[in-house]
Design a protein around this ligand. Structure first.
Ligand SMILES: Cc1cc2nc3c(=O)[nH]c(=O)nc-3n(C[C@H](O)[C@H](O)[C@H](O)COP(=O)(O)OP(=O)(O)OC[C@H]3O[C@@H](n4cnc5c(N)ncnc54)[C@H](O)[C@@H]3O)c2cc1C
Length: 431
C-alpha cells in the first residue's frame, strides 16, 4: 500500500479499534462508585449504538445500560452490495442482540423511540414506555431527503429502491435485478457529499456488473452522480476497465449526472434542464441524506447533521446527549460503520470518565473501507485521526490507499482482508 504499512496500521489501531479498548479501559478504573447508579440509554442498535452499549458495560460493568432498537435482526449495509450482486445471502449480513444481552449485560428493548425530552432527560417509545436517563447516546443513522428532487417520494421506494438501509430494500433491489432482462439498463443515482459510505455506490456498480457479466452480459450500468469525483475513483475505474470493459458508465455532475427530476412512473431521470434523459429498467435512486429522524425531531441538528464536541461526541446543542455515527458531524471522519464503531468507544469512555469527574482522554480513531470490484479483487482506503484545534483531523502520513496497477495477487489478498474486516468489526460490535 502507498505510504502505508498494513501490519503497523493494524498494530496501531486494531481491527475494529480493539487496541483502543486498552487505553479507554484504564480510564474506567476506580469509577465504579460514580457510575454504579447511572443509567445510560442508547438509541439505535446499529454500528454506533450497539458498540456504545457494549463498551459502556465493558468500561463500567456496574453501569445500567439500556439499548433501544426496533428490529430484532439488524442487517449490515456493509456486505449488502455483495447480496445485491448475488455473492452473499441476507443471512450472511444478519446480526442479533443476543450477545449484548447475555454476555455483556446490556438491557435490550425492542422498540422505537418516538420522543426525547432533553430537559427532563427522558425518552418515550412507540410502545408507550417512558424512561429517564443520566446520559443518552443517539446513533439513529440516516434519513432521506425525498424533497430534494421533484417527481419521486418516499412512497416510491418499494418500486425505486434506495437500498441504502439494508434489509427489505436490499431484497427488493436484488429481485428487480434478477427480473431484469438481458440487455436492460440499471441506473443508479448517487448523492452529493456528505452521505453514508462514500465508496458504496461504486462498489454496488461493481457487484451488479459482476452479476450482469455472468447472467446478463448485454446489460448496461449508468451511475448518475451528483458530484465531480468520488472515493477511490482511479482504483475503481481501473478495475472496471479491467473486468467489465465499457459496461459501467459514470456520469459526473457537470456532464448530466446531476438529476433534476425523476419521472417515477416511467423510471426516467431528467437532467441538464431537460436536455438529458435516461430510461432505466431498474432505477436505484439514493437520495441526499440527513441525520436520523429522531435526531432531527429532538432538535439536535444544525441544518441536516448533528454538531458535537468532537472530543467527546456530546451534542453542542443539548448537553447530556451524545450523537455518534452517521448522524454526527465528526470532522474528517467519513460516515462509515468503522467510524461509528470508533466514535462509540470515544463517547462511551467520555461518559464513564465524566461521571467519575475525570477529564476526557485524547482519543485516536481510525477508518478503513474495503470495496470489492469483483469477489477476488478488492481495494481499500484507511486513515487515522486525531483531535486537534476543536476538530477531528486526519493524521498526516498515517493510512493510505491501495496502489494503482497492483498485480492480481494483491487484489486477491485485499479481497480476503475484506471478509476479515467484516468478521472482525461485526464481532466487535455485536459479538
Ligand atoms: C451499500 C453500503 C455499503 C456500506 N459499506 C460499508 C463498509 O464497507 N464499511 C463501513 O465501515 N461502512 C459501510 N457502510 C456504512 C455503514 O453502514 C454506516 O455508516 C453505519 O452503519 C452507520 O452506523 P450508525 O450507527 O450511525 O447507523 P446504523 O448502523 O444505520 O444504525 C442506526 C440504528 O438506529 C435505529 N433507529 C433509528 N431510529 C430509531 C429510533 N427512533 N428509535 C430506536 N432506534 C432507532 C435503526 O433501526 C438502526 O438499527 C455502508 C453503507 C452502505 C449503504
Amino acid at each position: 500500500m502507498n505510504n502505508f504499512s498494513r501490519r503497523n496500521f493494524l498494530k496501531a489501531v486494531g481491527i475494529g479499534g480493539a487496541a483502543s479498548l486498552a487505553s479507554f479501559g484504564c480510564a474506567a478504573n476506580g469509577t465504579a462508585n460514580a457510575t454504579r447508579s447511572a443509567h445510560v440509554v442508547v438509541v439505535g442498535g446499529g454500528s454506533g449504538g450497539a458498540t456504545a452499549a457494549k463498551y459502556l458495560k465493558r468500561f463500567s460493568p456496574e453501569m445500567d445500560v439500556t439499548l433501544i432498537e426496533p428490529t430484532a435482526t439488524y442487517y449490515t449495509c456493509y456486505g449488502s452490495n455483495w447480496v445485491i450482486g448475488g455473492n452473499a445471502e441476507m443471512d450472511d449480513i444478519a446480526q442479533t442482540y443476543d450477545a449484548l444481552q447475555e454476555r455483556h449485560g446490556v438491557k435490550v428493548v425492542q422498540d422505537s423511540v418516538t420522543e426525547v425530552d432533553p430537559a427532563r432527560r427522558s425518552v418515550t417509545t412507540a410502545g408507550g414506555e417512558t424512561m429517564t436517563y443520566d446520559r443518552l447516546i443517539m446513533s439513529p443513522g440516516i434519513d432521506f431527503r425525498y424533497d430534494a428532487v421533484p417527481g419521486i417520494t418516499a412512497a416510491d421506494a418499494d418500486r425505486i429502491p434506495h437500498a441504502w438501509k439494508a434489509g427489505e430494500q436490499t431484497r427488493i433491489l436484488r429481485r428487480q435485478l434478477e427480473a431484469m432482462p438481458d440487455g436492460g439498463v440499471f441506473v443508479m443515482v448517487a448523492p452529493g457529499n456528505p452521505f453514508r459510505c462514500p465508496p458504496g455506490p461504486y462498489e454496488r456498480a461493481s457487484m451488479v456488473a459482476h452479476y450482469f457479466q455472468r447472467e446478463k452480459p448485454r446489460s448496461k450500468i449508468i451511475i448518475l452522480d451528483n458530484k465531480e469525483a468520488f472515493s477511490k475513483q482511479g482504483l475503481f475505474m481501473e478495475g472496471w476497465e479491467q473486468h467489465y470493459g465499457d459496461m459501467i458508465e459514470w456520469v459526473a455532475s457537470s456532464r448530466g449526472g446531476q438529476v433534476e427530476e425523476i419521472d417515477a412512473a416511467n423510471l426516467r431521470t431528467i437532467s441538464d434542464g431537460g436536455f438529458t434523459e435516461f430510461k432505466a429498467d431498474v432505477l436505484n435512486y439514493v437520495p441526499p441524506q440527513t441525520a436520523g429522524r429522531i435526531a432531527m425531531q429532538t432538535g439536535l441538528t444544525d441544518g441536516f447533521w448533528c454538531p458535537v464536541n468532537q472530543l467527546t461526541f456530546e451534542s453542542t446543542i443539548h448537553p447530556g446527549i451524545y450523537v455518534i455515527g452517521d448522524s454526527s458531524v465528526a470532522g474528517a471522519m467519513p460516515k462509515s460503520g468503522h467510524s461509528a464503531n470508533n466514535q462509540a468507544k470515544v463517547a462511551a469512555a467520555a461518559i464513564v470518565r465524566e461521571l467519575a469527574g475525570e477529564e476526557p482522554l485524547m482519543p485516536s480513531t481510525a477508518n478503513t473501507c474495503y470495496s470489492l470490484v469483483t469477489p477476488d479483487h478488492a481495494i481499500s482506503v484507511a486513515a487515522v485521526y486525531a483531535y486537534k484545534d476543536g476538530t477531528i483531523s486526519g493524521v498526516e502520513g498515517a493510512g493510505g490507499v491501495s496502489p494503482m496497477g497492483a498485480p492480481a495477487s494483491v487484489r486477491r489478498q485485499e479481497a480476503m482482508y475484506t471478509q476479515g474486516w467484516y468478521d472482525g468489526i461485526t464481532a466487535d460490535i455485536w459479538g
